[in-house]
Ligand binder design. Sequence first.
Ligand SMILES: Cc1ncc(C[n+]2csc(CCOP(=O)(O)OP(=O)(O)O)c2C)c(N)n1
Ligand SMILES: [Mg+2]
Length: 351
Amino acid sequence: MATKSGKPAPKKSASKKPASKKPSAKTVEHKTNAEELLGYYREMLLIRRFEEKAGQLYGMGQIAGFCHLYIGQEAVVIGCQAAMEDGDQMITGYRDHGHMLACGMESRGVMAELTGREGGYSRGKGGSMHMFSTDKKFYGGHGIVGAQVPIGAGIGFANKYLNNGAVSLAFFGDGASNQGQVYETFNMAKLWDLPVVFVIENNQYAMGTSVERSSAETELYKRGSSFEIDGIQVDGMNILEVRDAAAKAIKHARSGKGPMILEMKTYRYRGHSMSDPAKYRSRDEVTKTRTERDPIDAVRKQLLDKKWADEDELKAIDKEIKAIVADAAEFAQNSPEPDPSELWTDVLLEA
Ligand SMILES: Cc1ncc(C[n+]2csc(CCOP(=O)(O)OP(=O)(O)O)c2C)c(N)n1
Ligand SMILES: [Mg+2]
């Protein structure tokens, strides 16, 4: 291109930023130890068993309305949580029970919200998609696809404004990643170098639509390239890989360098919601992922191989987790229905 003076325009220098990247093919060693890995095992198992129980209660008619289970995706949230520090925040969409448990919210309160009872986090008025705990730094629970992304960046803005050193993690799906509001958010988050990490949980489907059918660019970690936001593609079924990638992105955001994108390649085993017959994929596809890539089985195998636990210890953990979930289910079924006067609470802020 020529300039007004007729001289050739200087070549634009290539960006110095490292390009977004896929993990290299060579195996990277992710450090861990017995105590840590047993902890991840326990936390992932809690989500798995909790969700299985929620599915059962739904089948029994104890839970009504929308209910989106997180089974299969456990390593994403537990890996991210392991990399977060006290004060960091989390926000997500409607597939949110795992995120709540990962943040340390009580399984009793979450389950009782699912059954619409007084003992629930929103006193039975919110249900599956609408629970919050600012105490535990969990900002919902949002039913509108993608709505949590600008809110997550807003939390990052508040962190920067208050100079509190915290990083906000905004989780959203592959389907949500095609939304306009996501790109407006990317632009502003980078423009202001907000301390936010965008975690795309690419479970391959948005309701019944596969990523291949909906997305011109299926490598979702590249989606920030127009905004100078680096991305990493991560095996979302490998807890240690998730944790280490999250640690890198969080460090980057906390140091003032702005947002990063993590594309977690994961899979949901159940239908989109409880009412999904899942006709858009084969049973074989689900079975293959369950048997070959299950994040909990992988950790279990690692614990046994390294002799960090034996079958009996793992059985004892399973029993302990089942007891926590059974207790939550009992609490959720026995907690009373909310009083009708609750219709008027938490609706408008009294002046
Ligand atoms: C703005 C908006 N559009 C459509 C819907 C209906 N809807 C609910 S979930 C969903 C699919 C989203 O898929 P994805 O982002 O991949 O998340 P996943 O369910 O896989 O976790 C759609 C279209 C909605 N809730 N909000
Ligand atoms: Mg999806």
